[in-house]
Design a protein around this ligand. Structure first.
Ligand code: BES
Ligand code: MG
Ligand code: ZN
Length: 465
């Protein structure tokens, strides 16, 4: 989909003109007020749409009126949602070109573009029959700069969704490494198995040792002169999670190609930095491997030594994400960055707690956690804080090592959090659990089923703050 900006407004001929209508208010177009509002009593409740043919009375063939709800409740995120609604409607009527003319703040253009991208998304590269797509959208009145930023965000999300939707047969650790190496404006270093061994990454390597696919540790760096601060963002990169020897039942394994959604998010973010040019240094880190059962797999009872020297008794090979993140967190801590944020499809327990609606967030810095929650709200993504009481660590106590990788089934998201904390040496760290939000079984709001690209909008906005 192509997105343009124009200053020419309602006189431009086009297939469909899309306008917004607030509850209790008229629109700037008399024709619409007369037929849609007065005659047909269209109220403009949030997300409702009304399509009207102009029968030659206006330069546009059709007008799509989108309900924007109450004017006082409207905001940038809602702009994104109504734009998604409109694009979905345009797809339905097989429209190819549309002009959007909304009477709202001109800086909502960023979120309009994001909404358009979200709704335009289909993963149909493997389908013989492709979806109906809107080819071109032109936004009137919005600032071109804001729309451009929205396009960068939208493209980042699309990239992340494509990568997380890609079958594990293709989205291998080596593929992630190749993508990272190809990102413009970023310095990338890939560590292979031997180099990871030298660095002492015993936890990460154990997880990958049962797979035919070699593990890859990926470190990307975006630098600027005199950075305001230095941060590391880490994405869980399990390219397939079979559970390992503690193998998952078929139904739970079905979507486990998505277990690198955190990594896909980090790649999407890193890919956008050159164009967005933030004034901070950003390290993108991914410990990529597969969790597979085989004769060479790590086993329950094995004792692993992580990069910081701490030992872990393997209680369950399906709690692999925290093992790979452990070494990634040690690595990031050694960089001496000011802040670390990790994003991971980490626990089914988080999904049970928050469903597919909100991602869990926890960490050692209340300030950072609150900032992520707030930035999420502004970005259209929901985050909910989960506790990290020390008591959760009791369940992880081991008789023969410093800790076990799992304990009780209950409070599993928090237990994973306190486990990760053992490997963090940084005063500001937040852990985001996206197990429930990264991949949808069925459509939800403006998202089709499959990968959502969760985290991209919030982390990018956080970096730009
Ligand atoms: N990748 C899964 C978590 C997950 C579950 C992600 C559902 C997305 C949807 C993770 O590696 C895992 O298997 N976690 C186990 C941990 C348990 C063994 C303590 C879980 O949540 O069941
Ligand atoms: Mg697992
Ligand atoms: Zn996993």
């Amino acid at each position: 989909m192509k997105i343009n900006v124009t200053e020419n407004v309602t006189s431009t001929p086009c297939e469909v003109l899309v306008i917004g209508k607030f509850e209790g208010e008229k629109t700037p177009i008399e024709f619409v007020n007369e037929y849609v509002i007065e005659k047909d009593k269209f109220e403009g409740k949030f997300g409702e749409t009304y399509l009207i043919h102009t029968l030659g009375k206006l330069p546009q063939d059709k007008i799509l009126v989108v309900g924007c709800g109450k004017k006082e409740d409207f905001n940038a995120v809602k702009m994104s949602e109504v734009t998604s609604k409109a694009v979905k409607k345009l797809q339905q009527i097989k429209a190819k070109k549309a002009l959007f003319d909304f009477d709202v703040k001109e800086d909502y253009g960023k979120y309009a573009a994001i909404g358009a991208f979200i709704a335009d998304y289909y993963f149909d590269k493997y389908k013989s029959e492709k979806k109906d797509r809107v080819e071109e959208i032109t936004f009137a009145k919005f600032s071109a700069k804001q729309v451009e930023e929205g396009i960068i965000f939208g493209e980042a999300m699309k990239f992340t969704r494509d990568l997380a939707n890609e079958p594990a047969q293709n989205a291998t650790p080596s593929k992630l490494a190749e993508i990272a190496l190809g990102i413009d404006g970023i310095d990338t270093k890939i560590y292979d198995k031997e180099q990871c061994k030298e660095m002492g990454m015993g936890a990460f390597l154990a997880v990958g040792q049962g797979s035919a696919q070699p593990p890859k540790f990926i470190h990307m760096k975006y630098s600027v002169e005199n950075p305001k601060k230095r941060i590391a963002i880490i994405g869980k990169g399990i390219c397939f999670d079979s559970g390992g020897l503690d193998i998952k039942p078929a139904a739970s394994m079905l979507t486990m190609k998505d277990d690198m959604s955190g990594a896909a998010c980090i790649l999407g973010v890193m890919k956008s930095l050159k164009a967005l040019a933030p004034d901070i240094e950003v390290h993108g880190i991914i410990a990529a491997c597969e969790n597979m059962p085989s004769g060479s797999s790590y086993k329950p009872g094995d004792i692993l030594t992580a990069k910081n020297g701490k030992t872990i008794e393997v209680d369950n090979t399906d709690a692999e994400g925290r093992l790979t993140l452990a070494d990634a967190l040690c690595y990031a801590s050694e960089l001496g960055v000011d802040e670390i944020i990790d994003i991971a499809t980490l626990t089914g327990a988080c999904m049970v707690a928050l469903g597919t609606i909100a991602s869990g967030v926890m960490g050692n810095s209340e300030e950072l956690i609150q900032e992520i929650i707030k930035t999420g709200e502004e970005s259209g993504e929901k985050f909910w804080q989960l506790p990290m009481f020390k008591d959760y660590f009791n369940g992880l106590k081991s008789e023969i090592a410093d800790m076990k990788n799992t304990g009780s089934r209950f409070g599993g998201a928090s237990a994973a959090g306190v486990f990760l904390q053992e490997f963090v040496d940084c005063p500001k760290w937040a852990h985001i659990d996206v197990a429930g939000t990264a991949f949808l079984d069925k459509p939800q709001k403006e998202f089709i089923s499959g990968a959502t690209g969760v985290g991209v909008r919030t982390i990018l906005n956080y970096i730009l703050k």
